[in-house]
Design a protein around this ligand. Structure first.
Ligand SMILES: *[C@@H]1O[C@H](CO)[C@@H](O)[C@H](O)[C@H]1NC(C)=O
Ligand SMILES: *[C@@H]1O[C@H](CO)[C@@H](O)[C@H](O)[C@H]1NC(C)=O
Ligand SMILES: *[C@@H]1O[C@H](CO)[C@@H](O)[C@H](O)[C@H]1NC(C)=O
Ligand SMILES: *[C@@H]1O[C@H](CO)[C@@H](O)[C@H](O)[C@H]1NC(C)=O
Ligand SMILES: *[C@@H]1O[C@H](CO)[C@@H](O)[C@H](O)[C@H]1NC(C)=O
Ligand SMILES: *[C@@H]1O[C@H](CO)[C@@H](O)[C@H](O)[C@H]1NC(C)=O
Ligand SMILES: *[C@@H]1O[C@H](CO)[C@@H](O)[C@H](O)[C@H]1NC(C)=O
Length: 511
């Protein structure tokens, strides 16, 4: 085997415990010959020569080969000598050293590779860390900016479109695919759905204008449904507006979502409705009164002269009062009636100029969550309006928490008459009055309420009912009845819903 001296030095250097980096060994000729002759008895074996990378780079440094002595050697231009010697295989385990060196070299290479990978990872991690911080900041910003109405409205519209599509499908089934109108409506609805999707990608504010069209479509659908029931030979004209010539509430329609309240998604508590002024019943005035997020204080409310204005959130009159309490609000003859904050008093607010016209104590009425409704706080005192006028639904200690109904003089707020029921108020979810009859609801599950109890102040009769009342969200915060359109206006966790009541016809009553 032929060896280059330089390599051996390099090798020794590599194998020494302190070897961390490999540097080309430099030596002078005399020293080299002494070292070599002293250490190695050289012979002349045959074999391949192997040059370590460092050694070769050094040797390649302009070396001029020339015979020197018995050894094959050379001196480079800097006067540094290098020589090849031969050593016997038996004296020194050169091949093992060779393998060891190779492994060491290999290892150091691999270590370098791994180490640079680690450096890469560290860099990546710091990049990801920055990205994460950026994302966190952005999410926080999004959380602070409450979601815009426009976006929410799209959600609402999508819910409505789904509702309408379901309705159309049932209608179609009922007509057995024979009606041209239905087909036409279906096309229009599909068109509308596409439009909603397109608008969503374009201009988010246009959504408000579509609502009008949706409303028109819904009305067409209702007419369609009516004509269907006429076709089905059930010629039952609904009782005249404001009339009580019927046998009471028999059923209720599915809800239709009118809108999200004007304050937004987080205002889950409140009430809404349509004013009833018997002298001028067809004139519309809609009111929306979301409570503050404490679920207690009524501070701001809005009035709209038409349903279109309400749908478009336009031409609203906004007022502030200090303060109403709870969602037991009702509006009658352009006055709002509400429990006054932190008292057992009731107040009348003139909606023409937002003045508090009258406040008066409601005798015996429990308040401040003594006997509120189940799942709804601060509604110990709940006003109601029906064909006969203004009512208040509450409970007293004397009634042991059972519902008390009082008829009020809407001018003076004096109690005209009182009925005590056998229904515990805190176990019903809400209540409303129709033609002097109290109807109470209870919660069946997150999707359904039930009108389960009635008390008739005309006769003193009370009893149970089982009218299923579907809902969009979990909690019915309030219910208001309008005698002219005979609809229920329901505030359902911030969403404004309306329902049509179905009455038992006089002719059917005795069947
Ligand atoms: C050189 O080596 C040869 C054998 O390879 C030997 O016979 C000779 O004496 C050596 N010469 C010197 C100067 O050492
Ligand atoms: C040298 O490293 C490579 C991988 O980089 C490996 O495949 C090879 O077996 C190693 N050789 C020795 C002798 O360890
Ligand atoms: C987050 O990154 C985006 C782009 O990647 C950049 O426009 C924005 O300014 C960064 N925000 C912060 C808070 O670093
Ligand atoms: C769908 O809507 C577009 C634009 O609103 C209207 O031009 C088109 O006639 C409608 N198509 C049908 C079938 O109603
Ligand atoms: C009540 O109305 C619902 C929905 O309109 C209907 O599915 C149900 O059959 C009606 N119930 C009665 C007893 O008429
Ligand atoms: C409400 O206030 C207006 C304006 O002050 C007044 O004309 C109207 O008579 C009041 N209504 C009631 C019911 O007091
Ligand atoms: C209601 O109160 C007003 C004012 O006190 C009074 O003029 C009116 O007669 C009362 N109405 C009834 C039905 O008691």
């Amino acid at each position: 085997m032929e060896w280059r001296l330089a390599f051996l030095f390099a090798l020794l250097c590599l194998l020494s415990p302190a070897a961390g980096t490999v540097t080309p060994p430099i030596m002078d000729a005399s020293h080299a010959s002494i070292t070599v002759s002293a250490q190695l008895q050289t012979t002349e074996p045959a074999g391949k020569s192997w040059v370590a990378p460092m050694a070769s780079s050094w040797a390649a440094d302009g070396a001029v080969s020339q015979p020197f002595s018995n050894f094959t050697g050379s001196v480079n231009d800097r006067g540094i000598c290098q020589c090849a010697i031969s050593l016997p295989d038996t004296t020194f385990p050169a091949d093992r050293v060779e393998r060891l060196e190779y492994t060491a070299y290999n290892l150091s290479q691999r270590f370098e590779a791994e180490f640079s990978k680690v450096k890469e990872y560290v860099q990546l991690i710091s990049i990801y860390e920055k990205k994460l911080i950026n994302l966190t900041v952005r999410v926080e910003v999004m959380e602070k900016d409450s979601i815009s109405f426009a976006e929410l409205d799209f959600e609402l519209i999508k819910i409505e479109m789904k509702e309408i599509q379901k309705l159309i499908i049932t209608l179609k089934d009922n007509f057995a695919g024979s009606s041209v109108i239905i087909d036409q409506l279906e096309v229009e609805i599909r068109n509308m759905t596409l439009l909603v999707e397109k608008l969503e990608t374009l201009d988010k504010n246009n959504v408000l204008h579509i609502r009008k069209e949706i409303w028109a479509l819904k009305n067409k659908l209702r007419e369609c449904e009516k004509s269907k029931s006429e076709l089905n030979a059930v010629p039952l004209p609904p009782p005249a507006p404001g009339s009580c010539s019927h046998g009471g509430v028999m059923n209720i329609s599915k809800p239709s979502v009118v809108q999200l309240n004007w304050k937004g998604f987080s205002y889950k508590y409140g009430a809404w409705g349509r004013d009833y002024s018997p002298e001028n019943p067809e004139k519309t005035l809609y009111w929306v009164a979301p409570l503050n997020t404490d679920a207690r204080i009524l501070e701001y409310y809005r009035l709209y002269n038409t349903l279109d204005d309400l749908l478009l959130y336009t031409y609203a009159k906004q007022y502030r009062i200090v303060y109403g309490q709870g969602g037991g609000i009702a509006v009658y003859k352009r006055n709002m009636y509400v429990n006054w904050y932190n008292t057992g008093n009731i107040a009348k607010v003139n909606l023409t100029d937002n003045t508090v016209a009258v406040t008066r104590n409601l005798p015996g009425a429990a308040y401040n969550n003594r006997f509120s409704y189940a799942n709804v706080a601060w509604q110990d005192i709940d006003f109601a309006v029906d064909e006969q006028g203004l009512w208040v639904i509450y409970a007293t200690e004397a009634s042991t928490g059972n519902i008390v109904i009082s008829k009020l003089n809407d001018t003076s707020l004096e109690v005209l008459n009182t009925w005590v029921t056998k229904q515990y108020k805190s176990s019903v979810s809400n209540a409303f009055m129709v033609c002097g009859v109290l109807y109470a609801t209870r919660t069946l599950n997150t999707r359904t309420e039930e009108i389960f109890y009635y008390y008739d102040t005309n006769t003193g009769r009370q009893g149970n009912l089982a009218i299923i009342m579907p809902k969009m969200q979990e909690i019915i915060q309030s219910i208001n009845y309008n005698p002219y359109d005979q609809k229920l206006y329901v505030y359902n966790d911030g969403y404004l819903l309306e329902y049509n009541l179905v009455f038992l016809q006089e002719s059917q009553e005795n069947v």
